[in-house]
Design a protein. Sequence first.
Length: 178
Amino acid sequence: MILEPLGIPGACLVKPDIKRDSRGTLSRIWCREDFAALGLENEMANCCAVYNDRAGTIRGLHYQREPFAEAKLVRCLTGAIYDVIVDLRQNSPTKGCWCSVELTAASNASLFIPKGCAQGYQTLLDATELLYHISTPYQPDYQAGIRWDDPKLAIEWPLPEPILSPRDRALPNFKQAA
């Protein structure tokens, strides 16, 4: 497994070391010891699957407030997404900055999102499914989010006319949330 740092401290693209033989492939997508050696969150409390019917769907930008902040490891199982991380950490040199990666089923890569960051994505293809490994049990009273189209962030979403839930349309802007 290769961990490739991104523009936000603690965020990284996780590229598997794929082993191939006559039966197919095997790849490790997470290893407690490898993550711990890099000072990254190395415990996962739950795993969730998310399915999206249509290209253009945006989910996010979501996060959990302290003391239930979550680190996440996201992998695209089918389809493709444009995944965005926004740094919300008070003492971070990149607070208010964002970075993005494209995750596809074909790439086999995952995205690690550190605690204290919001995350959201836009589906690039119909019938896109994701697998999330999450470090902290979900606490509904601590869920939070930021508007996908906040002008301060100026995130460059790839597809026009996004499909959003009413909840995501009503999220506060960065200044109110952070």
